[in-house]
Design a protein around this ligand. Structure first.
Ligand code: FAD
Length: 378
């Protein structure tokens, strides 16, 4: 097993927190990854896989187990299911943004709006990464995984991964274990061959974010450049010189609440209904109709509400931090909790709890963290 000298996880995570693991393994090939996992599972100690460390919040205490860093890479081009499409099978440790850059250069559309998301390709399906109206679920065909329960490798079609808003059956949400304990070895995407010319862009959210008219034609390259610039203005592209980017991205998820609860929130709070508001139709056979109409079905629609708005309107502005704390809200984006330099996980957790408490006492809902928490509690 390619074991290396352990280093504190604060050096391998973008939020820059985390104690030292007992063992650190770096897997550079799929075979190394498989054997490292099987060995860790046979010992029965705590373990987790680490990609780019950009969606992790790790506690200060040493991690008493094995961390397996996925460092595989490579893109294999395969025929698409139609003549206008192409499939790419990509190794899990491949850098996500390097993949996006490559697809843009080759003229393949489907993930260009997700330019600048840090991390690895293998972690992207874990929380169904997304930005500006694109999510990996739209292009993901299948993943190759190894399951902890069996130690076996299999190919899993995307519809079996339970991909939803920043979630999948593989994600460890705060306070719960993943539905399926498995590690992604490779990811297969299906993309459209559109070339490098300009063309009108589908997707209102992307056009809105980039200030494009409905019929305005732009190239994939143009989209990538403008997404990167827009994200950089919000501190959402990693920059070793800019502490506003020393984060795990959005620390809190937009809250999913019932339509009835959403109505109790102020009018100004941005809300996005999830799923269509179709009235269910009940058909009563004539022979069974006794002249009494049943009451209309109670609609149970869910609504996504803006966590950034809730935080700002709970009285916390950009750049907020406690006196003497080295953790603070980003000065560019209230949703990002940032490490202003040498902050401990305890300092980040103190800030996170305060944000949760403020929002809960103001609006009555508890914001849930988006990153995976290891060795730390909120
Ligand atoms: C500045 C910034 C901006 C961000 N912007 C966005 C954004 O716009 N949209 C978005 O969706 N996310 C965003 N994120 C979050 C993050 O980049 C993504 O979730 C990314 O996919 C995490 O990849 P990673 O390799 O860094 O995962 P890690 O942080 O290393 O791991 C995250 C979780 O996935 C697991 N994991 C990692 N690799 C695998 C694997 N091969 N198989 C199974 N499990 C695995 C880990 O064990 C862990 O539980 C942002 C983060 C930062 C810091």
């Amino acid at each position: 097993m390619p074991e290396v000298a352990p280093v504190p996880l604060s050096q391998l995570t973008t939020l820059r927190t985390g104690g030292e693991p007992a063992r650190l393994v770096e897997a550079h090939t799929a075979d190394e990854l498989i054997s490292a996992l099987r060995e860790a599972w046979s010992v029965g100690e705590p373990w987790f896989v680490l990609g780019g460390g950009s969606n992790l919040f790790v506690g200060d205490e040493p991690f008493d187990g094995t961390v397996i860093r996925v460092r595989t890479s490579g893109i294999e081009e395969l025929p698409g299911s139609r003549s206008e499409t192409v499939r790419l099978r990509v190794q899990a440790g491949h850098d996500w943004d390097a993949l996006v850059a490559e697809t843009v250069a080759r003229g393949y559309a489907g993930i260009e709006a997700m330019s600048g998301i840090p991390g690895t390709v293998g972690a992207a399906p874990v929380q169904n990464v997304g930005a500006y109206g694109q999510e990996i679920v739209q292009t993901l065909v299948e993943v190759e995984v190894i399951d902890e329960a069996t130690g076996e490798v299999s190919t899993v079609p995307a519809p079996e991964l339970g991909l939803g808003f920043r979630t999948s059956v593989l994600k460890q949400h705060y306070g719960s274990v993943p539905e399926r304990s498995a590690v992604i070895l490779s990811v297969t995407l299906e993309l459209e061959r559109v070339g490098t010319d300009e063309r009108p862009i589908a997707g209102e959210q992307l056009r809105g974010a980039l200030g494009l008219e409905a019929d305005q034609a732009v190239s994939l390259r143009w989209i990538r450049d403008h997404v990167l610039a827009t994200r950089a203005r919000k501190g959402m592209v990693l920059d070793a010189e800019d502490p506003d980017t020393w984060s795990a991205g959005s620390f809190f998820q937009n809250a999913i609440v019932s339509e009835a609860f959403a109505r109790t929130l102020p009018e100004a709070c941005p809300k996005w209904p999830m799923g269509p508001a179709l009235d269910a139709v009940t058909v009563i056979p004539l022979a069974a109709f006794d002249g009494i109409l049943p009451p209309p079905p109670v609609e149970n629609r869910q609504v996504k509400v803006s966590a950034a708005w809730l935080i700002e309107n709970a009285g916390l502005s950009r750049g907020f931090r406690f006196p003497r704390s080295r953790a603070g809200l980003s000065t560019k984006h209230t949703l990002a909790l940032t490490n202003r330099g040498e902050a401990t996980a305890a300092e980040i957790a103190q800030l996170a709890r305060f944000v949760q408490q403020r929002v809960q006492s103001e609006f009555g809902l508890l914001l849930q963290p988006e990153p995976v928490l290891v060795n730390v509690e909120l």
